[in-house]
Design a protein around this ligand. Structure first.
Ligand SMILES: [Fe+2]
Length: 342
């Protein structure tokens, strides 16, 4: 298998580096870990996967990976990893907000090959981590959003989590220090969704994320050439948005240029449900549980209800109507606030 392709086009950012399969997870600093966990687990139905008591972190899954969502308690304290090294300085994560957005690589070998191409081109990598479940690099996008690009280290994350107990997960990673990188495809191929009993929402997956950017062209160029996503659809004219995809071809990442009043940064993420009826039933049940539905979207490409988490982050519960794959996002753009187009 060729993991060091020389056929990538040269761009403003150099050659295409990573080429992830898909958007993987959101990791957020939250104001009150227990409140956020209750919201995402008890109400939104994401399965508990693992916690790191020493880090005040909880990982939730809906069966697509070891975590589809990570919640970290915001604080001004330093966090130290499994190797005793500082993982988070006191300056980072002091208040609620995005920690990072993660993209899943097919194999560690492809991740390491991309890292080596990046090193040759002076790519700015913040951190290299071995999380036991995965190996990762972290780098900033043009608006200083932190991205994680990772490959899974085991096909059975549940078994690994069970064997770890209360152990901390993360330590510095030196690629290839323990031999050639693995060519195994360890990502979850078959969904193993274990619904949370009694939860009003039973989402299938953390399906997408939308960010607001300062400069659409600059961000699209970065996400195409450095991250290695593909632009599926875009409006580089009036609309100023682009929908991007990993190699799976899923519409799972949207960048939107800020206009008056928009704050640059993470905007919201989406949880996919099976169908429109499930979305409506979930919204009604959340309403009964005291959660306000902030908006609904209903057009040929999407049926959704948007709720706010305890920190005010919008979470969109959505389903794709039958036949929606043949409908372009551009054709429904006029019907919806562009931030909720994807
Ligand atoms: Fe992560």
């Amino acid at each position: 298998m060729s993991s060091t392709s020389v056929h990538e086009p040269a761009t403003e950012w150099g050659r295409v580096l990573f080429r992830p399969r898909r958007f993987g997870h959101v990791n957020m600093y939250v104001g009150d870990l227990e409140a956020s966990y209750a919201f995402y687990h008890d109400l939104l139905g994401l399965e508990f996967a693992f916690d790191e008591p020493g880090l005040d972190a909880k990982f939730l899954s809906n069966g697509n990976s070891h975590h589809d969502l990570a919640l970290m308690q915001s604080s001004a304290r330093e966090l130290v990893g499994r190797d005793g090294l500082v993982q988070k300085s006191s300056r980072i994560g002091a208040s609620p907000g995005l920690n990072h957005l993660a993209f899943e690589m097919p194999t560690e070998a492809l991740l390491v090959a991309a890292i080596r191409r990046g090193e040759e081109q002076g790519l700015k990598v913040h951190r290299y981590y071995d999380h036991l479940i995965s190996r990762s690099v972290y780098l900033p996008d043009p608006d200083a959003n932190e991205l994680e690009i990772y490959s899974d280290s085991t096909p059975d994350w549940r078994e690994l989590f069970e064997s770890l107990g209360d152990q901390l997960l993360s330590a510095r990673w030196t690629p290839e220090a323990d031999g050639p990188p693995s060519e195994a495809h360890n990502y979850v191929d078959e969904l193993d969704h274990r619904p949370v009993p009694g939860a009003p929402v039973q989402p299938l997956r953390t399906a997408n994320a939308t960010i607001v950017v300062a400069d659409l062209e600059r961000s699209v160029s970065f996400y195409e050439s450095v991250v290695g996503l593909t632009e599926l659809e875009a409006d580089h004219g009036e609309g100023r948005w682009a929908i991007l995809s990993g190699t799976l071809g899923l519409p799972d990442f949207m960048v939107l240029e800020a206009s008056d009043g928009d704050t640059v940064g993470f905007h919201h993420f989406g949880l996919e449900l099976p169908d429109a009826e499930t979305v409506d039933a979930a919204a009604a049940r959340l309403g009964s549980a005291g959660v306000t539905v902030e908006r609904t979207v209903d057009h040929a490409r999407k049926h959704s209800a948007v709720v706010l988490d305890p920190d005010g982050v919008p979470v969109e519960l959505f389903a794709r109507p039958a036949g929606s794959e043949s409908v372009t996002f551009a054709s429904v753009a006029a019907q919806v606030d562009r931030a909720f187009l994807l």
